[in-house]
Write a protein that binds this ligand. Sequence first.
Ligand SMILES: *Cc1c(COP(=O)(O)O)cnc(C)c1O
Length: 356
Amino acid sequence: MSASNRTLGLIRRYRDRLPAFDDANIVSIGEGSTPLIHAPRLGDRLGVNLYLKYEGLNPTGSFKDRGMTTALSAAKQDGAQAVICASTGNTSASAAAYAARAGIRCVVVIPGGKVALGKLAQAQIAGASVVQIDGSFDDALRMVRVMSEEHPITLVNNLNPYRLEGQKTAAWEIIDDLGHQPEWMCLPVGNGGNITAYWRGYNESLQRGDISVLPRMLGAQAEGSAAMVRGEDVLQPETIATAIRIGAPVRREEAGAAARDSNGGFAAANDREILDWFGHVVRDEGVFCEPSSAASLAGLANARRDGLVAEGAEVVCVLTGNGLKDPDTAISESAPPITIPAERDALERIVLGTPA
Ligand SMILES: *Cc1c(COP(=O)(O)O)cnc(C)c1O
């Protein structure tokens, strides 16, 4: 793969393996081709050889852009006048941006008060109709499904088959960058769309002969919304990791099959554990992700503790979204700035670490 292909957006980069779109209908903002970062200090902490797939560097700051370039290109090709989605935040930010790029109207429905500030800002400034409901993501999804069934408006949640087609390209990039498949592939699971997409991507690579073994898939969930871990819906999901605050995973069957067929599994982590790993990843490696993304690291830590993932294993963890999405949580997890008078001595005391 030549380096220049990486600037084309993923539909053009992987044109030979994705659904066909006319050039005029491709809706791209240069998504995909995100870095795979070796993380030795964080890996030592976990007892594994760790790589981070930093999806926070997509155009709107999350992996959702991979599925939105294909979903909006298909919508444009079909002559859609409007798209709609339910969202915990990142889907709405991505849909709003790609719909703007396509010149298509966008309506997003979100759980009121439960969307991180940066994500809300993105959807609003991009001109989407942002609708808050007094209910959960699961309620919002039920409502938008009805709208898309009764009116000529395209649903761009991951029930839209083009979403997963775009998202599976992340697995191909990992194989390109690593030169082989990792032993374990670990990612946070909300609706289960992304783990389904990665599993599909790896299976297609196996069929193509690019790899000869499949990775084991580990899905990480927040304890308060761990429907896959528990094997049943969670009626009132609650977690600081708002992107995975989902009680009824839409892709439950496929996500379950990915974990089972890969000899992998699911792991839960509580909010305190998620926040601890949210801090470790940026303090050890300088990589700032959102709390939901750190659930993959917290889940991996618990899977190590429980003996599911062996010491020294090669693991790729997906950091699904950028830390700038949720400044409130970062600030509440950090020491406040030190306030001093604008004087040399006051600064020197701090620089030298002498008590005031
Ligand atoms: C959407 C999202 C997830 C969950 O992905 P699913 O496909 O719903 O399992 C995880 N992390 C972030 C940051 C997300 O935006």
